[in-house]
Design a protein around this ligand. Structure first.
Ligand SMILES: Cc1ncc(COP(=O)(O)O)c(C=O)c1O
Length: 373
C-alpha cells in the first residue's frame, strides 16, 4: 500500500494514454463503440479517475464525484426513506442545515440535532431508532470534535448508517472509514481542489451495497461533476499533502497569535492544547487542519476584519491557497435560526479564518494592520 503523499500523485491508477503524464480530460458527453463508457452522466474516464483517487486516499473502494459538496450530501440523503430518523451534528455547515429544513423535512424524514461530542447522548438518541448519523468533525464553524470510533461502534451496534463530512481535515489528515464510517463526503471545493477555482463534491464508501445505491442515485439525479472540474480537483490533489502541512502550520501559528491579542475574546482551534477536543483529535486524526474560528470583544473589530486586509480576503469559503475570513452569521450560517445559532455560539462577534499558504509572518502583520489601523 502506498503512503498518502504517493496516493495523491498516482491514486487514480492506470492512465489510458501512457505517454500523457497528466490524466487527460475526456470532455465528451457520450462515447460510441459500446465498450466501458457510454454516456458521461453515468460515467466518464476523468471523473472516474478522480473518484478512484479520493476513494483510495480515504481507504475506500468506491467514489462518486458530484457538482458540489452539497450535491454529494443531497445524494447521500437520497438514500433515506419517509419515516426515517437522522441524527445530525447540531453545529454544522449552514447549507446542510438548509437542505434538511427546506427540503428533506418536507418528505417525512425526521432530523434530530444533537451534540456529537457526547457519545452517551448519541447512544441515547440511537436507542430511539435512527437510520443515519451525520457528523462533521471538526464542525463548521465551532471546530468541535466528535468521537468517531465510538460513534462508529454505536452505529454498527444499532444498524444505523454512519456518514462523516470530512471536509475540514481532508483525507490527508483524517480517514473516518477506519472508524466504521459507511460513507465519507467532502466539499472538494475546499482542500481537495485547493485553488478557489471549482465547486465539487465527493462521496466515498467501502460498502458495495451502498455503492450500488449511490451509483443509481448519481446517474438518476444527474448532479455529477463535469470532466473539466474533475480534472481540476485531480490536479489540486497532487499537492494536497504539502498544502495541508502548510495550512496547518499557519493555523497553529495564527491560533496562538490570535490568543495573544487583547482584541480577541476566544479562539476555537483543535490544534491548541487547551481546546476541549485536542486530545481526541490527536488520537483519531493526523492533523488539526487549517481553519481557526475566533470571537472578538468588540463589534468594531469585526467590521474591520470584514473590510479585509492586504492578504486576508473577506469571502465565503475555505481550504484554498488564499487566507479567507468568513462571517458565519451573514454568510455560511445565515439559514440557521437565531435561537439555534445562539445555542451553538454563532454570535455577531464570531469569525472563521481559513489559513491559506502565505507566510504566517505576513498574515500576522495583516491582522495587526486590520485591527490597529
Ligand atoms: C463542512 C462543509 N460541508 C459541505 C459544504 C458544502 O460544499 P459546497 O459549497 O461545495 O457545496 C461546505 C461548504 O462550505 C462545508 O463547509
Amino acid at each position: 500500500m502506498f503512503e498518502r503523499d504517493t496516493l495523491s500523485i498516482i491514486g487514480e491508477g492506470e492512465n489510458p494514454y501512457e505517454d500523457s503524464v497528466s490524466f487527460p480530460i475526456f470532455q465528451s458527453s457520450t462515447f460510441g463503440g459500446g465498450k466501458e463508457y457510454s454516456y458521461s452522466r453515468c460515467s466518464n474516464p476523468t471523473r472516474n479517475a478522480l473518484e478512484k483517487a479520493v476513494a483510495r486516499l480515504e481507504g475506500a473502494r468506491f467514489g462518486f464525484a458530484f457538482s458540489s459538496g452539497l450535491a454529494s450530501i443531497n445524494s447521500v440523503f437520497s438514500l433515506l426513506r419517509s419515516g426515517d430518523t437522522v441524527l445530525v451534528s447540531d453545529d454544522l455547515y449552514g447549507g446542510t442545515y438548509r437542505l434538511i429544513t427546506k427540503i428533506y423535512q418536507n418528505y417525512g424524514i425526521k432530523f434530530v440535532f444533537v451534540d456529537m461530542t457526547d457519545a452517551e447522548n448519541i447512544a441515547k438518541h440511537l436507542c430511539n431508532g435512527a437510520s443515519m448519523v451525520f457528523v462533521e468533525s471538526p464542525t463548521n464553524p465551532m471546530m468541535k470534535i466528535a468521537p468517531l470510533p465510538e460513534i462508529g461502534l454505536l452505529c454498527k451496534e444499532k444498524g444505523a448508517l454512519f456518514v462523516v463530512d470530512n471536509t475540514f481535515l481532508s483525507p490527508y489528515f483524517q480517514n473516518p472509514i477506519e472508524f466504521g464510517a459507511d460513507i465519507v463526503i467532502h466539499s472538494a471545493t475546499k482542500y481537495l481542489s485547493g485553488h478557489h477555482d471549482t465547486l465539487s463534491g465527493i462521496a466515498v464508501t467501502d460498502r458495495e451495497d451502498i455503492a450500488e445505491k449511490l451509483n443509481i442515485i448519481a446517474m438518476t439525479l444527474g448532479n455529477c461533476l463535469s470532466p473539466f472540474d474533475s480534472w481540476l480537483v485531480l490536479r489540486g490533489m497532487r499537492t494536497l499533502p504539502m498544502r495541508m502541512e502548510k495550512h496547518e502550520e499557519n493555523a497553529k501559528s495564527i491560533a496562538r497569535f490570535l490568543k495573544s491579542l487583547p482584541e480577541v475574546e476566544k479562539v476555537f482551534y483543535p490544534g491548541l492544547p487547551e481546546h476541549l477536543g485536542h486530545e481526541l483529535c490527536k488520537k483519531q486524526a493526523k492533523g488539526f487542519g487549517g481553519v481557526v474560528s475566533f470571537t472578538l470583544k468588540e463589534k468594531k473589530h469585526v467590521q474591520a476584519f470584514l473590510k479585509g486586509g492586504n492578504i486576508i480576503k473577506f469571502a465565503e469559503s475555505l481550504g484554498g491557497f488564499r487566507s479567507l475570513i468568513t462571517y458565519p452569521l451573514t454568510q455560511t450560517h445565515f439559514s440557521i435560526p437565531e435561537e439555534m445559532r445562539e445555542k451553538i455560539g454563532i454570535t455577531d462577534r464570531l469569525l472563521r479564518l481559513s489559513l491559506g499558504l502565505e507566510s504566517d509572518r505576513d498574515i500576522k502583520e495583516d491582522i495587526m494592520k486590520i485591527l490597529r489601523d
